[in-house]
Design a protein around this ligand. Structure first.
Ligand SMILES: C[S@@+](CC[C@H](N)C(=O)[O-])C[C@H]1O[C@@H](n2cnc3c(N)ncnc32)[C@H](O)[C@@H]1O
Length: 238
């Protein structure tokens, strides 16, 4: 499968771009609040394993990702982690864990309703009774003045990226278009298509798979104010 996201073709740059992410810390705080006795964790769509590296200090972890390039990079740079190639729509590890995570918008890369149901069935198949599910996903389209330009410090110098979004209400796909000027002077374009699941919709997918939603938060303490949310749910079957 050819990666349209430039960062999937350059996982090192992916890690640089994500280096200020707080999602592992947020995930840990949610586990501490809702499942403080958790010992085992599986992360679907774990990418380069940047969150797992932090979480593995506290839990026995397995990560799963679809992109061979991300998995190979994770094996090379984080050899102590248990990261496996797999598709979260279908993978079965034959283990049930205390915590199931899907961070960094990974769920949004699955666009089709039926396939989203399959992903939630995967979450359920890996959850012990009472397990915690922690998801970070887009719950509203990104809006705001655009295009936005930013500089990213890479190991070979600064890259600049200019970003704009398009929103298709019928499919609920938010497409991000990026134009990169790399330190070499080369230019590249990429686009990322993310499916937005609005909060009630997300709740429905979770409940249909046997999860009771406990909280949806963007971490500000003010409810949902941004376009991305952490959803916390408990597996109530089993
Ligand atoms: C934006 S990255 C987030 C990675 C990681 N969770 C993080 O926060 O750094 C999205 C990841 O989801 C993975 N992904 C997309 N669809 C997937 C699927 N069906 N099964 C497993 N992984 C998938 C991609 O390969 C990519 O690594």
């Amino acid at each position: 499968m050819e990666a349209t996201n430039l960062l999937y073709r350059d996982p090192e740059l992916y890690d640089v771009v994500q280096s200020d992410s707080t999602s592992a810390g947020m995930c840990q705080a949610l586990i501490e609040s809702y499942r403080p006795d958790a010992r085992t964790l599986v992360d679907f769509g774990c990418g380069t394993g940047r969150d797992l590296e932090i979480l593995a200090k506290h839990f026995e972890c397995i990560g799963v990702d679809l992109q061979p390039g991300m998995v190979d990079y994770a094996h090379r740079t984080r050899p102590g982690l248990d990261i496996r190639a797999g598709d979260m729509r279908t993978v079965r590890l034959r283990r049930r864990m205390d915590v199931v995570t899907c961070m960094g918008n990974s769920l949004a890369y699955v666009h089709d309703n039926e396939e989203i149901s399959q992903v939630f069935a995967t979450f359920a198949a890996h959850a012990r009774p009472g397990a915690l599910l922690a998801l970070c996903s887009p719950v509203a389209p990104l809006t705001g003045p655009e295009p936005v330009a930013a500089t990213v410090d890479t190991s070979t110098g600064p890259a600049t990226v200019t970003i704009r979004h398009e929103w298709d209400l019928r499919t609920q796909i938010n497409t991000m278009y990026r134009h990169w000027v790399l330190p070499s002077g080369d230019e590249a374009q990429d686009e990322i298509r993310r499916r937005v699941l609005f909060p009630r919709e997300l709740e429905r997918y979770a409940e249909s798979a046997g999860f009771e939603v406990l909280d949806m938060t963007d971490g500000t303490g003010e409810g949902l104010t941004g376009s991305t949310a952490y959803t916390v749910a408990r597996y109530s079957r089993g």
